[in-house]
Design a protein around this ligand. Structure first.
Ligand code: SF4
Length: 470
């Protein structure tokens, strides 16, 4: 078993048994579900909107080269410096070079899961730069030395008391566990950092090819301050964030808000188009955009799974996933957790080391059903399983082939099938005492689950009993 798989198994077992954690998550998810469903009803035709979103993303992903060219041309025309990074390490180097050129000592950051993906904070801190997360949830998990727990709610797993504790310990300022007072504590800290910061780093929700603009949606206004106050702004984004047209935002902004946080629209929706122009009063003097590949082109090359690049990171599939709701976000060991993380992480990292995530699914299809851009998530998980079991030949392994041959031989012979089911029923009588123990040949399954009993009577037996003829 690979190291990430061993870690996942151990953490999943621990978290699934943590009833306090489960209660916190279930409460948060329950509230989210109620408001999300209310807001969805505000769409005249939700299914029609999903179809349109899926089509637009299909167009964006399948014409990525063309859209990226247009996007970068527009950005450069307004004085933005565009950088291309093939790997996470390269992106970190590019950003470090910009910081060095500016002699930057303090950086404020906002809205960037991509920077978590490439471990940017660690790289900056090793270079002696102070990095401060400015979104409240991310600020809290940064103080705790943890990665974000969820794509949209980074500190969802924490209670108010836990947040108060960390503020007390790290900031020596926690008047009570009242959310408003705690928010004010964070605000006081962050306002100082905005003024001190030499550079602001943000992510991007969407990149509009038609206009060369970056769209960021948020609820706290911190990304705005991150982008507006420091003299230099850097946007780090994956190449898949492109939308073809400006008008596409009319669908994607409300859709992300509804599915992400259950709002009709997020409080702040801002478009960034480049550095401060001569007739503008504020904004950064210098604007850099770093476009990150980091194996996304491998997903693009896979025609079966390329639509996974259409993900808008709304987190809705995490919220409905029975596995995520039990094991929590940190267990996945990767920045993109839950069902979509289980689809893309084996691509972004390594299939053999991360294939276990594709098995961490009940395949109930709730993720696919909820995804606003129509990604067929649970079938992608099955494809990952298939690809992982037959990495070179694309065929099932020798053991799988033999097992299916044996199954085929039994299933094709009615007498043999009858005998096998009878033996199975008989064996099940003795299974009880050894179930889940070391003597149990089915232990891998039965340790945590029940083995469904074989029906006491087959259909043929039932039919015969009622006088039917074979
Ligand atoms: S896969 Fe779909 S539901 Fe999951 S985060 Fe992405 S867009 Fe949202």
């Amino acid at each position: 078993m690979s190291a990430p798989a061993t870690q996942f198994k151990a953490d999943a077992q621990r978290m699934a048994a943590d009833l306090r954690h489960r209660a916190t998550i279930q409460t948060a998810m329950g509230k989210y579900e109620v408001v999300r469903d209310q807001r969805k009803r505000w769409f005249q035709d939700w299914e029609g909107a999903r179809t349109l979103a899926a089509r637009t993303k299909y167009e964006a992903v399948n014409g990525l080269d063309k859209h990226l060219t247009r996007f970068t041309q527009q950005l450069e025309a307004r004085g933005t410096k565009v950088h291309w990074a093939s790997t996470g390490a390269q992106a970190c180097e590019i950003i470090l070079d910009i910081l060095k050129a500016k002699n930057a000592k303090v950086v404020v950051k906002s809205k960037s899961m991509t920077s978590e993906e490439i471990h940017l904070n660690g790289a900056l801190e090793r270079a002696g730069v102070e990095v401060v997360e400015s979104d409240l949830g991310e600020f809290i998990v940064q103080l705790r030395g943890e990665p974000p727990y969820h794509l949209v709610f980074p500190a969802m797993h924490l209670t108010r008391d836990e947040i108060k504790d960390v503020f007390e310990k790290k900031l020596h300022d926690a008047p009570s566990n009242d959310p408003e007072e705690l928010t004010m504590v964070a605000r006081r800290q962050l306002r100082k950092k905005y003024i001190q910061a030499d550079v602001g780093i943000t992510g991007a929700n969407y990149a509009i090819a038609e206009t060369g603009m970056i769209s960021i949606t948020e609820n706290e206004g911190n990304a705005r301050l991150t982008a507006a106050l420091p003299q230099t702004m850097i946007t780090l984004m994956g190449i898949e964030k492109v939308l073809p047209r400006y008008e596409d935002l009319a669908l994607f902004l409300p859709m992300l808000a509804v599915m992400g946080t259950g709002q009709a629209l997020t409080c702040y929706n801002t478009m960034y188009g480049g550095p401060r122009q001569t007739d503008e009063a504020d904004g950064p003097e210098e604007f850099h955009v770093v476009l990150l590949d980091n194996r996304r082109t491998l997903v693009l090359a896979d025609v079966e799974q390329r639509d996974a690049l259409g993900c808008i990171r709304c987190g809705a599939c995490l919220n409905v996933c029975p596995v995520y709701r039990n094991v929590g976000g940190h267990t996945y060991g990767t920045v993109y957790g839950g069902p979509i993380g289980s689809v893309i992480t084996p691509h972004l990292r390594d299939l053999q080391d991360w294939k276990h995530l594709s098995y961490a699914s009940s395949l109930c299809g709730a993720c696919t059903e909820t995804c606003p851009v129509g990604i067929d998530i649970h079938h992608h998980l099955l494809r990952n399983r298939r690809n992982a079991s037959a990495p070179k030949t694309g065929k099932p392994s020798w053991t799988q082939r033999q097992l299916f041959k044996i199954y085929g031989a039994i299933a094709a012979r009615p007498r043999l099938w009858k005998l096998t089911t009878k033996l199975g029923r008989f064996a099940q009588v003795f299974h009880g005492p050894v179930k889940g123990g070391v003597l149990d040949p089915m232990r891998a399954w039965t340790k945590t689950r029940d083995l469904p009993p074989i029906a006491r009577q087959s259909f043929r037996e039932w039919w015969k009993e009622r006088g039917g003829h074979e």
